[in-house]
Ligand binder design. Sequence first.
Ligand code: HEC
Length: 129
Amino acid sequence: MAFRVLSCALILVGLLWMAAAQSPLAVSTKWEAPPDAAAKPNPEAQNPEAQANGRRSFMRLCINCHGEDGKGERPGAANLRSADVQNQSDGALFWKITNGNTTNGMPSFAAVPETNRWDMVTFLRTLKQ
Ligand code: HEC
């Protein structure tokens, strides 16, 4: 009898443990651009005006949260100078700016013309530490 109670308890604990391991709360979901988006080349790469254009848009749209220097004014706003950000491809940064991650406080800038979004990516490279 005691054995049966014990084995039932063990099975229950095992099931609970498996459920916890599979729960979405237990999985850390990193915010990453899909590979095809990340592989897109920057069509503004050869445009000598891109950096200045991008800077202008950035100062208008982004500094409230990321700061003029891109270090991140607001708690939670990414440090755009960090290696973590700068090691991502132009396509990946473009995708993140376009789609945002609204549940974490990064708005979507899909309404900003595409060329301006690429220009901001070009400008972000000048912030690299
Ligand atoms: C309302 C505040 C806010 C504004 C405005 C904002 N951001 Fe963000 N941004 C965030 C937050 C918060 C994160 C972190 C989101 C996360 O890690 O899930 C973030 C993340 C990012 C990332 C991804 C960094 C990484 O870790 O991969 C990039 C790139 C970025 N922002 C660029 C921009 C640009 C460019 C603009 C202007 C067009 C902008 N952001 C405007 C709050 C903001």
